[in-house]
Design a protein around this ligand. Structure first.
Ligand code: SF4
Length: 382
């Protein structure tokens, strides 16, 4: 969806301009997560989560309904995914960590779709070999977060098409070309693979219900740019007799550049999970901050954590403790800390996190098949 006045473009394939999240809620027709709903989630989950408290997850569809069903003893399953077009950076891991929290607290299954077909259709230069390579690489990053094989299913669109196709054709038949053009902005130059692809992104929302032969609620944690997919999926759900999937949506996790920009053409603008610790430290030390031009000015006037990429990393991953975060916030605004000192707190945390993640990633290298959705073929046959 594009809003020219505010120069904001947010579609599943393009995000640019200054993002106004209130406007996105309005444009997409989703609901805001308010304190009442947060409390409901915490009560059902048995604990709070800082990413909800700090507003990273801010919007939803049908979460109240999902929690009503859960309270009635109807468990749900989780569906999320990743388009494997490159290496994963720290920002990608944050919503996946939240997904793990949801999965653990609500004891659900996770269906994780690796949309390698999508990346092949939409990324002009990507080859099949590259999407295959990143499907494997990105799987390692997800699994390094500690998901259990018994309840986690990695769906590789290209490899597991036999599992997806029967539902895919049913979805595709219910979506007209004019709907696809209106929702996704397709033009005549779009290859026909890209036009078909949204049908396949809808499938995992119904897959579990189809396998077990009864309607099971589905929750999709995702970034808000994916919402157009869920609008179409929810519309089709009605027509196919499945529950509409609920979703819980996050803001975009910022990178290290000015205005939180992360650019694939600038590897210094994000910290990748495969970065060597020395490089990660260098990226942290070069990150854009809300600091003043000189140390003297900063001590006198204070700095601005609201626009600082370092502070965002504290908020969304490295300082879950509210008191510690409030302390940095206060020191930053009052000028009691300079940006160089502040980055010296982040750098070792980042390095330690990366070393741990990379070791866990290494351990998963021969274990990806244990999580393969190919196992679901047996469940379908039963
Ligand atoms: Fe950011 Fe820290 Fe500088 Fe404040 S002191 S602007 S939080 S780097």
């Amino acid at each position: 969806m594009a809003d020219k006045d505010e120069e904001m473009v947010v579609t599943p394939w393009e995000v640019r301009g200054k993002i106004d999240y209130d406007r996105l809620i309005e444009l997409f027709g989703t609901q805001r997560i308010d304190q009442r709903l947060r409390e409901r989630i915490y009560k059902a989950a048995g604990e709070k989560h800082f990413l909800l408290e700090r507003g990273l997850f801010f919007s939803h569809r049908d979460l109240d309904w999902l929690l009503d069903e859960y309270a009635k003893g109807h468990p749900f399953f989780i569906y999320t995914g990743r388009g494997p077009s490159g290496q994963v950076h720290i920002g990608h891991l944050i919503p996946w960590m939240f997904t793990k929290w949801l999965k653990d607290r609500f004891k659900t299954r996770l269906y994780f779709q690796l949309t390698n077909d999508e990346k092949f259709f939409f990324e002009e230069c990507m080859t099949i070999e590259e999407v295959r390579h990143y499907t494997y690489e990105n799987s390692l990053d997800l699994l390094a977060l500690g998901f259990e094989p018994e309840t986690t299913f990695l769906i590789d669109d290209i490899k597991h098409i036999d599992l997806l196709y029967e539902l895919g054709v049913q979805v595709a038949k219910k979506v007209t070309f004019s709907t696809a053009k209106a929702v996704y902005g397709f033009e005549n130059s779009m290859n026909i693979g890209g036009i078909w692809y949204p049908a396949l992104q809808a499938v995992p929302a119904f897959l579990h219900s189809w396998i077990v032969g009864k309607n099971v609620p589905c929750l999709i944690p995702c970034a808000i740019d994916q919402d157009p997919h869920w609008r179409v999926t929810r519309d089709v759900a009605d027509k196919l007799g499945y529950y509409k999937p609920a979703s819980i949506q996050n803001k975009f996790v910022p990178g290290l550049g000015e205005g939180g920009k992360m650019s694939s053409s600038d590897p210094m603008s994000a910290i990748f999970t495969t970065d060597k610790p020395k490089l990660a430290r260098k990226k942290v030390m070069n990150a854009f901050t809300g600091g003043r031009a000189t140390a003297e000015e900063q001590r006198r006037l204070g700095a601005n954590p609201d626009v600082c990429s370092v502070f965002k990393y504290y908020s969304f991953i490295f300082m879950p403790d509210d008191r510690e975060l409030a302390d940095i916030d206060q020191k930053c605004r009052s000028g009691a800390i300079l940006c160089g000192e502040c980055k010296q707190i982040l750098a070792p945390r980042m390095v330690e996190f990366l070393e741990r993640h990379q070791a866990a990633r290494e351990e998963m290298k021969d274990r990806v098949d244990e999580f393969s959705a190919a196992r679901l073929r047996d469940e379908v046959r039963r």
